[in-house]
Every structure is written in C-alpha cells, then in structure tokens.
Design a protein. Sequence first.
Length: 180
Amino acid sequence: MPEHIGLSDQQKILVALAAAMGAGCRTCAEKLSAMAAEARIESHEVEAAFAEGLLARQAATETIRAKATSLLGREPRLEAGDGAPQVADLCRLAAAAAANSAPDALRYAGAARSVGATETAIGVAIGIARSIRSKAQGFSDEELGAWKGQAAPCPTGPSETAAAAAGGGAATPGAGCACK
C-alpha cells in the first residue's frame, strides 16, 4: 500500500503512543509500549513518539492558557488561589480527572478530604470533570471535522490491507480491539 494512503501497523502504534501521551492515558501508554516491543519497534522510535505526544500536550496547555488570558483580559496567576482550600482542591481534582490523570485526581481528592470536603462534594467534582471531558471531546471532534458515527481506527486492529482482505473495516474499540 502506498504510504500516503494509510499507515503500517507499526506507524499506527507510534501514532497511538503519541496520542496516549497527549490524552494522559497511562494504561494506554503501557499497553501500547508492550505492543511496540512485540512489534519490534526500535526504542528511539518509541521515545520519539512519546516526545511528540508530550510536546503536543504542552502545546495544548499553552493554547488553553491563551484562552484563559483572553477571558480574564490578563495572564492568569498560577500560584495557589485566594479562595477556600476545599474549593481549590476540588477544582484541582476536577481538572486532573478531566485531563485523565487519575493519580493526581486521587491526590487532590485526599487533599480536599483533609480540609473538610465531603464524599458528595468529591463525587460532584468528579461528575463535573466527566461531563467536561465528554463535552470537550465532542467540541474538539466538531472542530476537527469529525462526524458522529465515524469509525475510529484502533492500533491493535488489523492493518487496512489485512482488514480489506478479510472483508472488514478498521477495528474500533469494543469491536475487534484489544484496547477495551
């Protein structure tokens, strides 16, 4: 298959590794790293994919920082807020959960508990984070031009040529995909 038409299985794994870094998905990174080793992808290629994903995540942080600056009319302060510690910890909890960083979210939940946050308040913060994460995905898909029902290729699925030979399309999570 000509390179401009699709990606090889190894290239899909590398792109998926970068996406895992960008999404903050530690489990994805772990599983994809194992797949890369199994596919005999050289370590410098894996490291490059990690770097590209981390650079994209850093760029996304700068993009949202620019949005905060625009909304505030000035650069946001990045030191601890002046508000109630409980609310600050719940804000951090929600932000970490929305960014798919469970270890950080759990740490902030513990900090919120230590200053009096209830389990209900922690649950609400996590629920808000899930809602924002879902809406952000939808808004991003709209901006990228993706439409509902579009199949998302899976790095663990067969290559496009193998899928075509078998009479199927690219695997999607939950359908012939080991990413579940």
